[in-house]
Write a protein of this length. Structure first.
Length: 288
């Protein structure tokens, strides 16, 4: 279970600590750019997967800054970013970038949005990668979560640990929805099965922040279908290093198909409901 496996070989002279420090510097620098450059009225520069999946000028500017800083400091590493083409590298490491996670919140002035930066070894694909280090910088309130594989996780420098909800019925659960209308309809069907069995649901609008809130005990559980690598990479290493189980359904690792995070006991209970509801869309629902 979990998105992080045994330590991957690092290039000569590279440490997880140094990669984590760079992730923090990258995320905070891009956060400052986006905060200072936010106009009073943010406009949509383009749309992506659907009409309600926006890109702003500052998504692009943030990613350009991140790419330039990585090119200057680690020119042999590959880059996968939400807003640009994949860049090949030779070191075996890939930086996975979300220049603004929670773009709809950024657009509307709702505070929950972040710059998310992670570095992975192996294929840059959830389920196949080893996330070595990551940082999620929540720009609105300045909170910064980071983690390095085997180093633990922190929020603003203080160690954090996943919470300990006593039962599923008293668990506060974060989730999110995709941008495609049919996918959303199905996510609504699944939510109708989950909601009566938990304390309440939170849809905060940034998967990266959701995973970090799970990591520091502010949420008890989190699940979402359809996350992209950049939505989840940094938050996943923060959550696992804070003691969370992060998994998919039916014994699979967390992936684009499904990500469930929390303490192992509560995750097992939520997974049972999600599997019965066929929340990842790979089987036939037994409920709902
Ligand atoms: C989105 C956010 C949202 C999640 C979506 C993501 P974006 O990322 O993380 O919380 O529910 O699945 O696509 O588009 O704001 O970078």
């Amino acid at each position: 279970m979990g998105g992080v496996s045994s330590p991957a070989p690092l290039p000569d002279g590279v440490t997880v600590t140094a990669l984590r420090d760079l992730a923090v510097r990258l995320a905070t620098a891009a956060g400052a750019l986006v905060r200072e450059g936010r106009p009073d009225r943010v406009v949509v520069a383009d749309t992506k997967s659907s009409d309600v999946d926006p890109v702003t000028v500052m998504d692009r500017a943030s990613e350009e800054l991140l790419r330039a800083m990585i090119a200057a400091e680690r020119p042999d590493d590959a880059i996968m970013g939400e807003e640009g083409d994949d860049l090949a590298g030779t070191s075996g490491l890939t930086w996975v970038l979300d220049p603004i996670d929670g773009t709809v919140n950024y657009l509307y002035g709702v505070a929950s949005w972040a710059v998310s930066v992670a570095v992975v070894a192996g294929p840059p694909e959830p389920g196949a990668w080893t996330v070595l280090a990551g940082c999620v910088h929540s720009v609105g309130d300045g909170r910064t979560w980071s983690a390095g594989l085997g180093e633990g996780a922190t929020r603003d420098g203080e160690p954090i640990h996943v919470g300990s909800a006593a039962s599923l019925s008293t668990s506060l659960v974060g989730t999110g929805f995709g941008y495609d209308a049919d996918r959303r309809a199905d996510q609504g069907r699944v939510l109708a099965q989950v909601l009566p069995r938990i304390r309440d649901i939170r849809r905060l609008g940034s998967a990266a922040i959701d995973l970090c809130l799970l990591a520091d005990g502010s949420l008890d559980l989190y699940y979402e279908r359809g996350l992209n690598p950049w939505d989840m990479a940094a938050g996943m290493v923060v959550a696992t290093e804070a003691g969370a189980a992060v998994t998919g359904l039916r014994g699979a690792r967390a992936s684009r198909t499904m990500t469930v995070a929390g303490t192992p006991e509560r995750v097992a209970e939520l997974v049972e409901i999600l599997e019965a509801a066929d929340a990842d869309g790979v089987g036939t629902p037994r409920i709902g």
